[in-house]
Write a protein that binds this ligand. Structure first.
Ligand code: SAM
Ligand code: SF4
Length: 349
């Protein structure tokens, strides 16, 4: 901005009286993912080690602070908000936050309020989520085999998750199933999952494992490129690329034989950074401008510095000015260290 230039109220892409968030590469930031807790009732093998040390509660933002932070981003042009974690539905009082944020849907400031969940608590919360204005959720299910589900999640119970998915469908929530493609673990179940999802009316998105955080095993053993998966699926199914977008990084195809939609999230085989519109906030108020980089900005101190948002807004603007062009993920035998040391459950998926 030149000296003396006036920052005009945002007329599109934002409902607040603030400048929209445009990064150095001209990308508008309109999508915020908030990890409301780093805790979880599962211990998925690709996500966490079995023995995890979680953040002390005093470091975690209160629900009121999370609301204030989200609201500040919405005033700066965020149109889509996804709550994630850890497991967002294990955070105590989470429905109060979701109900409060629902006001931004009512005002039209927010287009979508959604969450990514492991489904373990959905039976309890599905109806209330719908009441709060949530219309679509992502549920992570890597296998439909109960024993394997237990092995992948270590602590999860597939039956409970299936009950949750049923409750969510009955409540009127649209469901997208997220499945992390894992070599030798679920790679031969992708067709079963695809048929089940489309039969139930759910979209399915396949995800490549990303090198985030130390886990107990070796990621090279888990990594399955989705280019291989797609080529295999194409031997049985007719896949047609479609321009459908949900605001996230998935690329979609329709599957002619099932009539359903299938997404691919391919951070490893196809870098999707050029169209990135997202930033992420952790439950301690750290703003990560890229999932795959270590650079971040602390927003907790600016948030707590005063009751007004001037300091906070300045900190957000400064951070967006540092949003990098993209990530540098590599998974191969020579680079055994994760690209970034924090787990996916910290920054949120
Ligand atoms: N607990 C919730 C769940 O599992 O849906 C939300 C948080 S979880 C971190 C969000 C998504 O990230 C899930 O779909 C999960 O499978 C995925 N995920 C976790 N660790 C990953 C990794 N290292 N690489 C790719 N996806 C990962
Ligand atoms: Fe928990 Fe989700 Fe990570 Fe699994 S993927 S351990 S459910 S945060």
């Amino acid at each position: 901005m030149k000296d003396g230039e006036i920052v005009r109220p945002v007329e599109s892409g934002g409902h607040g009286p603030f400048a929209p968030m445009i990064d150095p590469f001209g990308r508008a930031v309109t999508y915020l993912r908030v990890s409301v807790t780093d805790r979880c009732d599962f211990r998925c093998v690709y996500c966490m080690a079995e023995d995890m040390t979680f953040l002390p509660k005093r470091e975690v933002l209160s629900l009121e602070e999370l609301d204030r932070l989200c609201t500040a981003f919405i005033e700066k042009g965020v149109r889509k908000l996804r709550l994630t974690g850890g497991e967002p539905l294990v955070r105590k009082g989470i429905m109060n936050l979701i109900r409060g944020l629902g006001r931004h849907l009512d005002s039209g400031a927010l287009e979508e309020l959604t969450l990514t969940t492991n489904g373990s608590q959905l039976s309890r919360f599905a109806g209330e989520l719908y009441d709060c204005g949530v219309r679509r959720i992502n549920v992570s299910v890597d296998t439909l085999d109960a024993q394997k589900f237990k092995a992948v999640t270590r602590w999860g119970d597939l039956g409970k998750v299936m009950d949750g998915i049923r409750a969510a469908t009955e409540a009127g929530l649209k469901i997208k199933i997220n499945m992390v493609a894992l070599k030798d673990v679920n790679e031969h179940e992708i067709v079963t999952m695809l048929n089940w999802c489309h039969d139930q009316g759910h979209d399915l998105t396949l995800i490549e494992t990303m090198p985030l955080g130390e886990i107990d095993g070796d990621r090279t053993d888990q990594y399955l490129p989705l280019s291989t998966v797609r080529a295999r699926l194409a031997e049985t199914f007719t896949l047609t690329d479609i321009p459908y977008k949900t605001g996230g990084p998935a690329r979609y195809v329709t599957v002619e034989e099932t009539g359903g939609r299938l997404g691919f999230i391919t951070p490893m085989t196809h870098n999707f950074c050029e169209s990135c519109n997202r930033v992420r906030v952790t439950c301690t108020g750290q703003l990560y401008m890229c999932l795959g980089q270590n650079d971040m900005a602390d927003l907790r101190d600016p948030l707590r510095a005063s009751e007004g948002n001037d300091v906070l807004n300045a900190a957000i603007d400064e951070a967006i000015g540092r949003k990098p062009k993209g990530h540098d993920f590599i998974i191969d035998r020579n680079s055994r260290q994760p690209a970034v040391s924090r787990h996916m459950s910290v920054t949120g998926g």
